[in-house]
Design a protein around this ligand. Structure first.
Ligand code: AMP
Length: 113
């Protein structure tokens, strides 16, 4: 999608600190980190949100989780723990309409629910 900032990052038209990349997935530092580790893992394919995941997207959504786990290992936070978050829609505070998995950690996280 032309005016999607995460598509632009995936296409290297917009700069980001890229942490991981393969054919389907790219991960980069969140520009406004809320934790010592805050990385966004996205599919290169434009999928608007969790609500818009189609049957054909289930593989790439799994790949997002695997990429996040690999990054957590690389960053040596896998033993202490981390959190993976998809924000869906207004109430969850989703502001970028290209599905993204937040990988956050590097310190103790408060309870979510
Ligand atoms: P969400 O609230 O789940 O939509 O999260 C969107 C995230 O994208 C926020 O944490 C922003 O800080 C982050 N973000 C927005 N623009 C950029 C960008 N150009 N590069 C990296 N992260 C970004």
């Amino acid at each position: 999608m032309e005016n999607c900032i995460f598509c632009q990052i995936a296409q290297k038209k917009l700069q980001a600190q890229i942490r991981y990349e393969d054919q389907q997935v790219i991960a980069f530092d969140d520009v406004n980190p809320k934790m010592p580790v805050h990385i966004l893992v996205i599919p290169k394919k434009h999928i608007e949100s969790v609500n818009k995941i189609a049957e054909e997207d289930t593989k790439v959504v799994g790949q997002l989780i695997l990429a996040a786990a690999k990054l957590a290992k690389q960053l040596k936070i896998e033993a202490q723990g981390y959190r993976l978050i998809f924000n869906q829609g207004q109430h969850a505070g989703q502001v970028v309409n290209h599905i993204h998995l937040h990988l956050v950690g590097g310190q103790r996280l408060g309870p979510m629910v």
